[in-house]
Design a protein. Structure first.
Length: 77
């Protein structure tokens, strides 16, 4: 869901909320050093059509991708 007017003071005349479908993919790995301590790395991507907010001058008719890499330390007790 894209909401151009959802931020405080962030309004744009004629802009409306828009919902787009997204293709989500990802991969991850975890390496255990001990039974209680591990390292983890993940990557998640989203591919979707860029929103136009129903304004003809903003419509690019293109696709875009968002990359979300992450890493962490895991402690299991």
């Amino acid at each position: 869901m894209f909401d151009p007017t959802g931020n405080f003071g962030g309004t744009f005349a004629g802009a409306t909320s828009e919902t787009k479908a997204a293709f989500v993919y990802g991969v991850g790995a975890q390496y255990a050093f001990t039974r209680h301590f591990s390292l983890r790395a993940e990557y998640r991507g989203l591919v979707y059509k860029a929103p136009s907010f129903n304004i003809s001058g903003v419509n690019t008719d293109s696709w875009t991708q968002v990359a979300q890499p992450s890493a962490g330390i895991v402690f299991r007790f």
